[in-house]
Every structure is written in C-alpha cells, then in structure tokens.
Design a protein around this ligand. Structure first.
Ligand code: CAA
Length: 381
C-alpha cells in the first residue's frame, strides 16, 4: 500500500494551499459577514483548473483526478467553506453533464463551467417536502414535441442564483414505481419559465448562495435530457456518491483550520502562570482532534482512490462523509472550548468554522442518510 502522493498531486495541493493563504483567508471573514459571493476568487480558481478537475481536457477540464480534487477541496476549505462548497458542487455538476450529456451539450456548457464563465453549476434535486426522501420529488417534466415542459419548485439549491446551468430532476412517468420515473435535465440560466426564488438566510456557508428555484411551464430542449428518460434517480444517487467525497474533503479542511488555529492560540495564551498548551486537558484535545481528522482524511482519500480507479465506492464515500463531517464538527466545538470565551466571539474565526461545519452534516445527505446507505451496503453484501 502506497500512501505517497504523486508529484502532480503534491503540486496541486501546494498551489491551492498558496492560493488559499493569499487570496481566500484574507477575505473569508468579511465575505461571511456580508454574505458576499466570491465571484472574483471563483473565476481565479477556475483559471487554476479547479472547476472541472475530473473533466477531460477536450471539454475544458483539467483532468487531474479525484485524489487531487479531494486535496484541493480540503485546502480551499481551510480558508473558507463557502468557496469550497461552490467549487465542490460545480465540479459535481460538471461531472453529471460529462457523464450523461449529449456531445453538443457537453461542448456548449462544460468549457464555460470549467473556465469560470459560469460562476457555478447547481444540482437541483431537493424539494420543499422531499429532502432525505429524494425519490419523492414532485416536479414534473412532460414531453411536448422536441421539448420538455417543467413545473415545480426546488429548495435549498446551492449556488442557485449564480449558476450558469442547473441540473434539475423531475418526474417524467408519474405512474411508475417510486424512484423509477425520474429524469435529469440541464436547464440554462434565463430559460423561459425558470425563476430564482428566495435566498435562504443561513447560519453558516454565508458566502455561498442557497436558493429556491421555481419552474413554471419552463421549456427545456429535448437534447438537454441527461442520460435516458426515467433513469434520473440512479444518476442522482451515483453523482451524490462523488459529491460526498467533496463534502468529506471540505470538512477535513474546516476541521484542520479550527484545530490549527486553536493549537497556535494555546501556545501563546497563559493561565495560572503557564501556557495553556502545558495543561494535559488541552493536550488531549489536540491529540484527539488531529487523530480524528487524519483518520477522516484517510477515509476520504480511500473513497477518492476507489472512484479514481473506477472501483465501487458508494459505501466508502458515505463512511468518509459521515465520519469527516461529524469529526470536524466535534473538533470545531473543541477549538472553541480551547479559546474559552474568546472562541465564542467574532474576534476569532473558530465560531465561523463551527457555523460552517454544521451544514456539512446536513447537505448531500444527512448523517442519518449516510448511515442508511452504509448499513444497506453492508447488509445487502
Ligand atoms: N448508485 C447507483 N444506483 C443507486 C445508488 C447508488 N449509489 N443508490 C441507490 N441506487 C438505485 C438503487 O439500486 C435503486 O434501483 P433499483 O430499484 O433498480 O435497484 C434505486 O436507485 C432506488 O434506490 P433506493 O431503493 O435505495 O432508494 P430510496 O428511496 O430508499 O432512497 C436514499 C435511498 C439513500 C435515502 C436516497 O434517497 C438518498 O440518498 N437521499 C438523500 C438525498 C441527498 O443526498 N440529497 C442531497 C441533495 S443535493 C445537495 O445537497 C447538493 C447541494 O446543493 C449542496
């Protein structure tokens, strides 16, 4: 077993680390405060090849692989979870289009997603009444000549208001068995009948957008069907497997940011005449935090390795997401404890890390959904 990264993977990790230090960390707190979507940085990250990391070069991607992608998302998240979730979801959307889009659709949209002409892509599965129970969606798509007409409402859609393209799941066969009559469509920004609804006021991830999307007789050309009609639910599940590697990677980054900051703080802050770092209670928090995060990163990288090598990775991606998000959340709470009262203030970034990490145990499948996926995979062999 070889734990060594390739020179290219190391180079990408170091490049993103440098970008995060110089361009993301300095703006993260203000963007969080002002709920400002980081258009400028996202374009620069696209220029660095971070928006289509598993997309072939001929469609504008950088094709560097899933491990490099995971490392990049972790480094971005050390600076700002909002930058990281936008990058992660955009990569996921580019992959859906690459795997299931017709060639003309790929040629039209993938270069724009990869080069940042589209500030983001969106993944519109969730509806107001169907979150974890994703097969229960009601948005409909009816074939009319060479178009589909979409009607319905999506909820909690990351980057909804800024995306150039959105992948939308809709029911095409109402009478089929649950999960069987769903299809996936690519919908361009500005399509007739497609409206962006309210923006959610969130606890964390405040520099990324989260919107309701409304489809009222929205006309979508038939060549925007992704994959085959009625096979959309499987597409969603397969792509979410990959997305969960992204969110696991993001969580590892936020967790390291929190404990790195707190560890530096306890080396400098004194109590009872000595640095906080000399107290065993604090030392154990440091040991537990780094051990948990390194274990989480190993799980994430194992899932990335399996995906990169085209091996089954559903269970491993869910394990990685579950463990990484919950570990990082515990680490962020510990980091606040290490800073004491200061950790509870906006003078230090650890309260932002906690607000951001809580979202990761909810989106792209809650922790409870990951446990369903993992236990089913184990019980069904
Ligand atoms: N790969 C391929 N196929 C899969 C699959 C996978 N990982 N998982 C399920 N399927 C297939 C099944 O084999 C089944 O097909 P067959 O009947 O032909 O065998 C079909 O899909 C239905 O699967 P289930 O019976 O398991 O479906 P279910 O209704 O019991 O749901 C679930 C299972 C795991 C709970 C699923 O609904 C789920 O993952 N829910 C969470 C949804 C989610 O993650 N939403 C996130 C929204 S997107 C987001 O957050 C992005 C963002 O903006 C940040």
């Amino acid at each position: 077993m070889d734990f060594k990264l390739t020179p290219e993977q190391e180079m990408i990790r170091d490049m993103v680390r440098d970008f995060t230090e110089k361009s993301i960390k300095p703006v993260a707190a203000l963007h969080d405060e002002e709920k400002h979507f980081p258009y400028q940085n996202i374009k620069r990250m696209a220029d660095l090849g971070l928006m289509g990391m598993n997309i072939p070069i001929e469609y504008g991607g950088s094709e560097v692989g899933v491990i490099a992608y995971s490392l990049a998302i972790t480094e971005i998240a050390k600076g700002c979870a909002s930058h990281a979730v936008t990058t992660s979801v955009t990569n996921m959307v580019a992959e859906v289009i690459n795997e299931f889009g017709q060639d003309e659709i790929k040629r039209k949209h993938l270069p724009k997603l990869c080069n940042g002409e589209y500030p983001a892509g969106s993944f519109a599965l969730t509806e107001p009444h169907a979150g974890s129970d994703a097969a229960n969606i009601r948005t409909s798509a009816v074939r009319r000549n060479d178009t589909y007409i979409l009607n319905g409402t999506k909820a909690f859609i990351t980057s909804g208001e800024v995306s150039g393209v959105t992948v939308v799941w809709a029911v095409t066969e109402r009478n089929s068995r649950k999960g069987k009559g769903i299809s996936a469509f690519l919908v361009e920004k500005g399509s007739p009948g497609f409206k962006v609804g309210k923006a959610e006021e969130k606890m964390g991830h405040r520099a990324s957008a989260l919107n309701e999307l409304i489809f009222e007789d929205c006309v979508v050309p038939a060549n925007c069907l992704l994959g085959k009609e009625s096979e959309g639910f499987k597409i969603a599940m397969m792509e979410l497997d990959g997305g969960r590697i992204g969110i696991g990677s993001l969580s590892v980054g936020v967790g390291f940011a929190a404990i790195d900051f707190a560890t530096q703080y306890v080396k400098e802050r004194e109590a009872f005449g000595k640095p906080l770092s000399s107290f065993e209670a604090i030392q154990w928090m440091i040991a537990d935090s780094y051990t948990g995060l390194e274990a989480a990163q190993l799980l994430v990288l194992r899932a990335a390795y399996l995906k990169e090598n085209k091996l089954p990775f559903t269970k491993e991606a869910s394990m990685a997401k579950l463990f990484a998000t919950e570990t990082a959340r515990n680490v962020a709470i510990r980091a606040i404890q290490m800073l004491g009262g200061y950790g509870y203030t906006k003078d230090y970034p650890v309260e932002r890390y906690l607000r951001d990490i809580i979202g990761t145990t909810l989106y792209e499948g809650t922790s409870e959904v990951q446990r369903i996926v993992i236990s089913r995979e184990i019980l069904q062999g």
